[in-house]
Design a binder for this molecule. Sequence first.
Ligand SMILES: [Zn+2]
Length: 97
Amino acid sequence: MQQQQPTTIRRVGQGQYVIPSRTRANHDHRIDLIAGTCSCEASQHGKRCWAYGVAEAYSTTMGAYLKSYRQPAPTPAPVAIPMARPAGMAALQECFG
Ligand SMILES: [Zn+2]
């Protein structure tokens, strides 16, 4: 199985991310989600590059995470544990007791 290089994403500002190119060394995608742009050639030609999608997904995920983090988690309902003795056991104890 071929191991895929993990994508590193760096937040550099409000809605701005830097993702290194997967095909070219020392080449970054500089994404601005607010302006809806990326520094790469694909974006210069009006195409949405993969890195833009990654940054967008990352931002959405992080946004949802931060939102859920701020709100306290709902307290789980108490679980009732039945304390009744098994009827069969009592019957056995009566036989041998
Ligand atoms: Zn790009």
